[in-house]
Design a protein around this ligand. Sequence first.
Ligand code: SF4
Length: 748
Amino acid sequence: MEISEACVRVPHDKPYRYQVGDLTVTRGSAWSGPGCHDGCGVLMFTDKDGKLVRVEGDPDNPYNQGRLCCRCLALTEAVNHEDRLRYPLKRDPQFRGDASKWERITWEEAFDTIEERFKYYRDNFGAESVSFWKGTGRDIATYISRLAWSFGSPNLTSGINGIACYLPRVFGCQSTCGNFYVGDYSQQFADRYDNPAWKVPEIILIWGNNPIASNSDGLYGPWITDCMHRGSELVVIDPRLTWLASRAKYWLQIRPGTDAALAMGMANVIIKEGLYDHEFVERWCYGFDEFAERVSEWTPARVAEVCWVDEEEFVEASRAIAAADGMALQWGVAIDQTKEALPGSQAMFSIAAITGNLEKPGGMIVPPELLQYIGGWGSEFLSPEQKEKMLGLKEYPFYRSGVTNASDQLILRACETGEPYVQKAAWIQTSDLLTGTGPDPVRAEKALLLNEFNVGVDLFMTVTMNKLCDIVLPAATYPERNGIRVGDGVQHGETINKAVDGGEVKSDMEINLELGKRFNPEAWPWETVEDMYSYILEPTGLTFEQMQEEAPVYLPYEYYKYEKGLLRPDGQPGFNTPTGRVELWSTFYANLGMDPMPAYHEPAPSPYSTPDKYEDYPLIIITGCRDFNTFHSENRRQEHLRAIAPEPTLEIHPDTAAAYGVNDGEWVWVEGLYGRAKRMIKTTPAVDPRVVATTHGWSHPEAGLENNFDVDDLNINRLLDWDSVGECGVGSNYKSSLCRIYKVTDES
Ligand code: SF4
């Protein structure tokens, strides 16, 4: 039977495009750009001139059930913005940084120049001399990867130090049980909360995540409150009293960067008190005794001391998690953004395993993927010799386990030193790395300026492109293009449907397809991106055009797949690991020469690992907190979104603010070991007096490019460095650094 025949559809009484009075409505899904991790169902309203005038949530789409967050509601302000890049531009490299020197060129000239220069570097210095940088481009990222690999470069990267976004959790989970698990909020069912097989999680363990603000990967934040309305209790582990933490049964105000210790301590309480699922552990877990031994040193008293949590609350929370009939672990990017990302996520996932919450209604699930995850789509075009040259492969054995991102800090080093080989050019698409996620932007800027030729692709002129690039290409917003949801733990099929004619802008995929054909025609045999989508969709039995009408399309879902032989390629019962069990002692890590079990190392810097530095920088700073209105460096131009959070604030406890003599609304310098940035004081009891917290990605577009949108003063990642990565090259210190503060004055 064709997959499409087995799929569950949501009935539509209208085609994907229809008329309501003077307005044309286009049904579709929302993905980058502007960026987001989700892909909610949207109805896009265009007027008779074809202008986008309104966006509403699609009430028929089970994913968001008619709701939208403010970022999609304010989408017209991004799509119609007068600052949008509308044409390809070029500039003489000697004028990098000077916005007045850009000249409009045709697409043909842009493509011809890029083709000629990139091929020249490939022929004379090797394809590895060109690096490819991608941001959170969601459905776009796949095509950027294929472009890099089919060009022949192994140096594809994300500009987030230590790949510290999402992938560490995926690695930590997969190395334990062979799949990536997500909380069960009924998202795999077309009839959602009404599906009789589903059960509301008794407890949702929210760890390092603020889902209602961030709408993190594959999770629409309001699902959490939907479950709360249906009875879910929360255990929240967060250094900040978030809105959800304030409504939790237990809130553990953890010291930033100590998550692995707390997770091991939690496992220890559950094991010591005999609260684990004995039957599941006996039948389905490997290495339990060794794991129990490893976590035994994490007594409640030690956890309280190291993690700064209340001992009694910690023990009570651990017991509640073990007792829950259905516990969903909702973990966030904070786990990835510590150097302990891998052991931390391994320890957290082990809690879900020993409490028997895998594949259980209201627990943790592996959603079926209509399309296989195609993060590696096109990797076959990278020859073994070129793959061997990927920066990071020699330095970090873990990268040999199938990691497809090169090490970004080693690419920068290659730019600086020419070692192990020279760098000549960079392709920067969907990434404003000097504003957003890259640490130490001063170093990144200097290093990438050493390249002879840099190209950027984005919706607006970014600081990164204006400082570094020689050609920039204007990308389409999602209402201006077609696309499909691919991979990323997606549990249903969706299309992104073009509703607006964007003029000369091209979709990221059209740009990738055109250049891909020029670099390596064999890898890009399609005439149009729609042909390419239909090719990808072939296994589903649906063409792109059919999917446009029929989406969202759901695969049937079954719980307890490990009992039915549905998780392993050999069809045998068990988990997709060498032992067929959940590996609390990971053979995967052991085979790579790594510690097979979770461990905790004190973050560095920290009050305990670097007491001398702590004397000079006596506050722990969390960077990269999420808010409702922005996504990384985006959305600062959208009037109504900006009004929600007009300036970058520093959350600080009132007692600490008083000790420093600073008041709400005052600007301070926040200075760390590597640099400083400005923030506006916001006092709040939501943070520990020893901790301050702030968002990232800030700019003032109103300051103009001549002032680099004030990014040189506002980028909080100036406090961070590129060398602070986890031992295995994964995870980085975004969430637990040290700082001091002082007022912004004329002198300072
Ligand atoms: S989470 Fe918000 S920004 Fe993202 S797709 Fe949904 S409504 Fe749009």
